[in-house]
Design a protein around this ligand. Structure first.
Ligand code: C2E
Ligand code: MG
Ligand code: MG
Ligand code: MG
Length: 291
């Protein structure tokens, strides 16, 4: 087995290690280097208000394109960073970089109203809120520009601590969204306890909504629940016109998905922020009423 020789040392090779072990060790060492020496990037996926066609925000998604290993998916390296105790450092970089980018846009008159950042359960330490406050001060952004996406797991691990931490963030003016709603294990009870702004309807539900009556009922129910709690529904993973039609006709008009754009580098996001870009796209859709 590999031994972790301490915070700033890389793991060391052990002659008894098998191939999978070596590969993992390499990946861990490379990930640590990437986090510490600027090897990560952020891509941004627009969230479109389908009434106006304007981009109301973008989700920042971390990317790792290793010079030799090629692109590695976040579903692979984010859990690795969590296991390695590297997630807070990674997460801090993500928040800082996302805020820096919004500030950079603003300095050139490019308006991105909001950026959403994903937060792992393990990042919710007592230092987390301080880090957020520091980054907002450093970047001099209005706190409402930043939104945090948390999953049910984050909230359920310690409910009263989470309520307190989130309430503090809320008081600072930071937006809060619940991500991947319905995919974790949770009780609906928590929804009323946490100071949330937005609920993200997971891609799996979006897919099912146009496949079966049950799927459709479920999404209608989620939208109704979201609204009755005073939260904004945001649908993610929307790929097809069918899905788009279903969602907008049933009251979910903020849409994020490949139908509009995948996550792109900041330079490619910029033209999408023009008020005409998606408005024109929406006008050109054949949106004949289906009923
Ligand atoms: P998520 O937060 O639910 O992000 C949405 C994922 O769905 C992204 O995958 C996005 O590229 C993908 N997606 C968006 N629209 C569509 C679509 O229309 N069709 C399909 N098939 N997929 C779509 P990605 O970028 O691979 O990220 C996967 C997960 O990794 C994220 O899920 C999030 O849980 C995690 N992640 C990404 N960036 C970060 C980060 O900076 N910090 C943390 N802690 N987790 C992150
Ligand atoms: Mg997310
Ligand atoms: Mg999600
Ligand atoms: Mg997801």
């Amino acid at each position: 087995r590999a031994k972790n020789t301490g915070k700033n040392n890389f793991m060391v090779y052990d002659p008894g290690m098998d191939e999978a072990g070596i590969e993992r060790l390499t990946l861990e060492n490379e990930l640590r280097k990437a986090v510490e020496r600027g090897g990560l990037a952020l891509h941004y996926q627009p969230q479109v208000d389908t009434h106006s066609g304007s981009v109301v925000g973008a989700e920042a998604l971390v990317r790792w394109d290793h010079p030799e290993l090629g692109p590695i998916a976040p579903s692979r390296f984010v859990p690795l960073a969590e296991e390695m105790g590297l997630i807070s450092q990674l997460g801090e970089w993500v928040v800082r970089e996302a805020c820096r980018q919004v500030g950079e846009f603003a300095s050139r008159g490019v308006k991105l109203p909001r950026v959403s950042v994903n937060v792992s359960a393990l990042q919710f330490t007592p230092d987390f809120n301080r880090m957020i406050r520091d980054v907002l001060e450093e970047t001099r952004l209005p706190s409402g520009v930043l939104q945090l996406e948390v999953t049910e797991g984050v909230l359920m691990s310690d409910i009263s601590a989470s309520v307190n931490a989130l309430s503090e963030l809320r008081d600072m003016g930071v937006g809060l969204a619940i991500d991947d709603f319905g995919t974790g294990y949770s009780s609906l009870n928590y929804l009323t306890q946490f100071p949330l702004d937005e609920l993200k309807i997971d891609r799996n539900f979006v897919v099912d909504a146009v496949v079966s009556d049950r799927g459709a009922s479920l999404v209608k129910g989620i939208i109704a629940l979201t609204r009755s709690l005073g939260l904004k529904p945001v649908a993610e993973g929307v790929e097809t016109l069918d899905q788009f039609r279903f969602l907008t006709q049933n009251g979910a008009h903020i849409i994020q998905g490949f139908m509009f754009s995948k996550a792109v580098p900041a330079a490619e996001l910029e033209p999408l922020l023009s008020p005409w870009h998606f408005a024109e796209f929406l006008q050109n859709l054949d949106l004949e009423p289906v009923d």
